[in-house]
Write a new protein. Structure first.
Length: 318
């Protein structure tokens, strides 16, 4: 399909853009006047003065430039600026995506939009609405920069702080084959926190984000590494680990078990009631009240119900 061809071209561009320069903090002052990469200010379809078309360093011509302009219109991007030594930003009413300086690095940001806009639509359809708050996103240049910025290791998709999200380098998520799950997952996690006013326990937030993003198979595959160890974990311990997420083994077990807890509740009570419980948390209800109203049980009983599953790490023969 044509879409697959476009995505392939974008991924190739991301791989080429892996090496790029430093940039300042999102939202900080920039030195000098910004360039407008894919069109003139206020008119994305106007190619007059397009930095990409006129600067030989970028050499973005023909199909690639056309694709960027089409996506800019589709995603309603109203801010498109670039500083040669610091990188650039693309923004619409919902997302402000900062990306590193370098050849073709705008494709990092556009790829994030490619995943986040459908994710936002899916979230709104699933929960009945989506946050209107602006989410500021930073695309890390390289893995070492990401680790330094967020104090996390390579296995951690992204770091969420308030209404800001810092991703592991996009090209690495693509190479790992998890970008289409990881990027929406982080948005869902942030959005669930917003609609619950951060009143949901971390296991519920994490597990529902995994459920909506379709992360279950990835989480199970990661669990096989620990098949020879004790992977049992109480709900209290899961919650404790998710508050810090420092150890890879414990964190991945907690991620998987959070997902299984949500899946177990949905299997027993239905998707609608579990979703309702989460929504009610953000509507002035305590956790206990939300569980009682939606599922006719208190939080302690819900934990017991959610934990009533088995983990089988025996690989099936093909």
């Amino acid at each position: 399909m044509n879409r697959r061809i476009v995505v392939f071209v974008a991924l190739c561009a991301i791989a080429v853009a892996a090496g790029c320069g430093d940039k300042k903090e999102p939202g900080s002052a920039k030195s000098g006047a910004p360039k407008h990469l894919t069109g003139s200010p206020g008119n994305p379809s106007d190619t007059t003065g397009s930095y990409y078309a006129t600067n030989p360093y970028f050499k973005i011509q023909g199909p690639m430039l056309d694709t960027l302009r089409v996506k800019k219109k589709r995603f309603e991007i109203t801010r498109d600026e670039y500083w040669e030594d610091e990188g650039g930003v693309l923004a619409n009413p919902y997302f402000e995506v900062w990306y590193p300086a370098g050849r073709l690095s705008v494709t990092h940001a556009m790829y994030v939009f490619e995943e986040l806009m459908p994710a936002r639509k899916k979230f709104a359809e699933f929960f009945g609405d989506a946050p209107l708050d602006l989410l500021v996103i930073r695309c890390s240049k390289e893995l070492e920069d990401y680790k330094r910025l967020v104090n996390r290791e390579w296995w951690y998709y992204a770091d969420i702080k308030g209404d800001s999200l810092t991703f592991s380098p996009v090209y690495i998520l693509v190479k790992r084959g998890i970008s289409k799950i990881a990027i929406p997952h982080e948005y869902y996690q942030w959005a669930i926190g917003k609609i619950t006013q951060n009143g949901a326990p971390r296991w519920m937030e994490e597990g529902m984000a995994s459920y909506v993003s379709g992360e279950g198979d990835i989480l199970l595959d990661e669990m096989y590494e620990f098949a020879e160890t004790d992977v049992s974990m109480s709900p209290e311990r899961i919650e404790e680990i998710l508050q810090g997420e420092q150890d890879r083994r414990e964190s991945r077990i907690a991620y998987y078990r959070s997902y299984r807890m949500i899946q177990q509740l949905i299997d027993k009570h239905g998707e609608e009631k579990v979703r309702e419980a989460i929504v009610l948390i953000g509507r002035g209800n305590t956790l206990e009240q939300a569980c009682t109203k939606a599922l006719n049980m208190g939080y302690a009983a819900l934990l017991q119900d959610a934990s009533d599953y088995t983990v089988d790490l025996t690989r099936k023969k093909k």
